[in-house]
Design a protein around this ligand. Structure first.
Ligand SMILES: CC(C)(COP(=O)(O)OP(=O)(O)OC[C@H]1O[C@@H](n2cnc3c(N)ncnc32)[C@H](O)[C@@H]1OP(=O)(O)O)[C@@H](O)C(=O)NCCC(=O)NCCS
Length: 155
């Protein structure tokens, strides 16, 4: 579908549904946790984020978003910029709302905000047990980084 029709369509759809996308606030945390549970994000990931959530938003006040419909959070995304590279985490849309372009809208809002913050490259990772969604990221221009492996260490 040409972009302009898609854009008009999603704006009308969101107006009709009383949906909006806004910047994330510290007070959104509990509802975001609830959303992640409904999406089936692992409980460890939720526990890890609780402590650092307000700090994360303080450091990234303009690049993390939620989608909200009738006061219920139905989508979330964390866009984090470290001064050089940007990372996207925890993009999620409520199961009842998936495949209606809300994930795309959250991703595009975050890309725009991260670009404005100063980055020219965004990285994200997809778990091996979730590779079915690579199609979604491919559609948005993301390609696999075949020149690197992700390393991690608990400190
Ligand atoms: C991934 C996710 C955010 C996509 O959000 P969404 O609102 O359902 O996606 P959209 O409607 O914007 O889809 C855009 C395109 O991606 C495709 N797509 C979306 N989800 C897909 C999936 N699971 N498998 C294959 N293609 C998919 C759509 O078909 C659509 O293609 P089209 O433009 O040709 O119609 C959503 O499925 C989700 O929350 N999944 C569970 C959590 C998750 O895995 N998050 C990613 C962590 S890395």
């Amino acid at each position: 579908m040409p972009l302009r029709y898609w854009k008009t369509g999603r704006v009308l759809y969101n107006l009709f549904r009383n949906m909006k996308i806004r910047k994330m606030k510290p007070s959104d945390f509990e509802q975001i946790v609830q959303l992640w549970k409904e999406i089936n994000v692992s409980p460890e990931a939720i526990a890890d984020d609780k402590k650092n959530f307000p700090l994360m938003l303080k450091l990234n006040p303009s690049t993390c978003f939620i989608a909200i419909e009738n006061k219920k959070i139905v989508g979330s995304i964390f866009g984090l910029f470290n001064g050089r590279r940007a990372f996207i985490y925890h993009l999620g849309v409520h199961p009842d709302m998936q495949k209606k372009k809300l994930g795309s809208e959250l991703l595009l809002s975050t890309e725009k905000a991260l670009k404005k913050a100063g980055t020219n490259r965004i990285l994200l990772w997809v778990d091996f047990d979730n590779l079915k969604i690579t199609n979604f990221y491919n559609k948005h221009g993301y390609t696999v980084c075949s020149d690197a492996v992700l390393f991690g260490k608990n400190v």
